[in-house]
Design a binder for this molecule. Sequence first.
Ligand code: GUN
Length: 291
Amino acid sequence: MSTQIIDGKKIAESVRLEWRVRAEKLAQLGIKPGLAVIIVGDNAASAIYVRNKVKACSDIGIYSEVHSFPETANQNEVLTCIQTLNNNPHIHGILVQLPLPAHFENNRIITAIAIEKDVDGFHFYNVGALVTGNTIFSPCTPYGVMVMLQRNLINVEGQHAVVVGRSNIVGKPMAMMLLEQGATVTICSSKTRDLSQFTRSADILIVAIGKPRLITAEMVKPGAVVIDVGINRLADGKLCGDVDFESVSGTAGYLSPVPGGVGPMTITMLLCNTILAAERAQAGVRVSYSK
Ligand code: GUN
């Protein structure tokens, strides 16, 4: 079986070109989309992600600012910062980089973000909107996966989609988005007994479990679409996904690589959500019933 490689970098570039036009239209109206990123502590991976987000913003015409707090910061300082950003008309999107230090209450921080500026889509209100088919912001990583499927003309309706991973950031919203598009969805986790029994029955297999090269050819139905969301750093410093790329290519019909698959899409969808938030602000669109 010849496996088609899904080139996330190429798709990300074409999506960015389209959204750059939308950012330029706003610029003609005197509006520059603005994103504020909050980072707490000195998690090395988070620092890299934030740097990449800032660079991507500048490339597409989004203003960005980073608010960095030390590991020892008090939760109230961060809440005050969010409140100020909520009231700042030049900021259309607010993102708190996760994970937060252990003494922080994630839910308190995330629900302090104004619903119309929650470009990650993590606020409980936005999660509820997504689950009920009234999406306000699609969480960036699963949104990126959906776009990768669409741009490869992969039909989701009626297919059996298996999501391996149940995180709030990827697994759960991913399952909801596939369900909304008419897939029959199974969610597996690290607790699932006989995982391959499920993965082998997947027409579309999405893996976001954080275990290097967990998925091998024997666990994949021939011809299946396999999307690897995992980013794992090996002892030699190299990156690898949750799917054993060498093993699965030749069995899957479509396969996304790591790096160069879902990774470039996640940041792209954050840019899209920020531009969308700015368009809504400009048009006076009210997204929530809670005020
Ligand atoms: N940490 C890992 N992924 C993400 C993400 O998509 N958003 C935020 N805010 N933090 C993350």
